[in-house]
Every structure is written in structure tokens, then in C-alpha cells.
Design a binder for this molecule. Sequence first.
Ligand SMILES: [Zn+2]
Length: 279
Amino acid sequence: MHLVPRLRSSLAVMKNPTYTGENRCVPCTLLNVVLAAVLSTAVVAVLVGIDTSVAIPAGVATFVVAIALIYFRGYLIPGTPTVTKRYLPEGVLAAFDKTPEPTGWVETDPRELLFTLGVVVDDPTMDDLVLDPAFVDAWNRSIAIHRTDESELRRSLARLSGVESTDLEFRDGPHVFAVETSDAHLANWPSRAACIADAAGAVVLPEWDPDWDRRPVAVRADLLGVLRLFLERCPTCDGHVSLSQDVVESCCRRRDVAAATCGDCDVRLFEMDIDPAMG
Ligand SMILES: [Zn+2]
């Protein structure tokens, strides 16, 4: 009676989580499926000369085993991620990237908008841009509430994304904090701390931005994301946040990023791709 769920769960156990499921790399998988087809065709070609009656079944069997290996292990040939990284052009890899391009930057530069709203101001002593001290106070108070009160976090995220707070589900992974509903993916943050900062900011920003409620969600997300660049203290542990340039290795790509990281708990608060040609 419970055979199907049991079968499904025992199959799931066999899967290598590093290269399957959420972590499955589309370019690597496609490359491996092509290799599986080439391999099976080669098996048929070799066997046809020896015994035609076994050639086709052997080719089919090879293909089935190869696809099963790709399904369970994520790849057919060990070292595929490295092979893909080395031989597939960057443009092809970028086309498979699941991260959507930031939207809203064209019509509204979030940095300029924050400056217009008075959230970001000139610092006369340092010749730099800083947050208005009154905004920092309000944001920090809001962060303190969102850090300890999960229902508050849910309420603010629900208001920001326009869904019921009871529908929200959190998934805390090693490099991603995902917020989803049972049937839709809403947003990813580099960490829970980054999500707390945005939820807290989304409560404070409307007091400074009379048009907040009319702005598209993508623009609000951009504004909150830029604010995170100004964080000096970690939203979860109060550690010192520092900016750095970093290289992030995904399955088959290397990306140069500008990153804000907590020096104490090591969580990532902000990450943005930078064009190596501009660096
Ligand atoms: Zn921290």
C-alpha cells in the first residue's frame, strides 16, 4: 500500500545531493545526455559488425544505464563540472543561469532614488555616501525585532510579496535562504541574515518613501538590496560587516563578485556579480 512513497524515498536516498535536485547543473546534465547518446550509438556501431540481433538492445541498455547514472549522480563522467567549465563558452553557461537579471535598474537607479528620498546622504567628513543616522536608528530597531520574532519576519515578508504570511515557507540552505509558498518560489537571499535586513528595511522605508506602495516588487527589492551594502553590523550576530571581492565557484562556473560578509558568523549579506573586464 505504501510501496510508491517508500520506493520514492529510497530512490531519493540514492541521489547524490551535490549534483542533483536543486543543485543539478543544466549545462552539465545536457552535456552528459549528449555523451550518453554518443556512447550508446558507438555500442550499436561496434556490435552491428558482430551480431545484429544484440546490437540495438545493447545500445538501448547502455543508454538507459547512462541516463540512470545522470539522474542519480548528476553526471555520467567523473569530473564533468570541470570539463564543462573548461570547454563550454561563458555565454552558453550564462544562458542557463537561474538567477534573473536585476529589473528596475533601467528606469530607476536604486542608489539615486535612495539619495533623492534622503535615506542615503553625503558624508561631509569622509567624502562618501552614508545612510541618514535617523534611518539607521529606525532600521536597527526594526532588525532587532525581526531577528527574534519569526512571526514579525513572516508578516513583513508577506506584506512585501503580497501573499498570506501563513503560506510562507522558509528553506535555509548553506548559501541560500529561500522563501516560497507551496506552489511558487518567491525570493532567494544569500542568508537568513540578509532576509532579516530586507524585511526590517521594508517596514522602515515606507516612512521615507511616499510612493513605496506603488512601486513594483522588483524595484522595492532593488532598493532593499542596495541598502544592505550600507550594513555595518550583522543582522543576526552584530558582528562587523566587511566588503570584499571574491570568486564564487558554482558547479561549472567561476564568478567574480563584490560581497559583504559578517566577520564573526561568516554569513554573506550581499553579493553582486562584477564584470572581470571592468575590475
Ligand atoms: Zn554575523
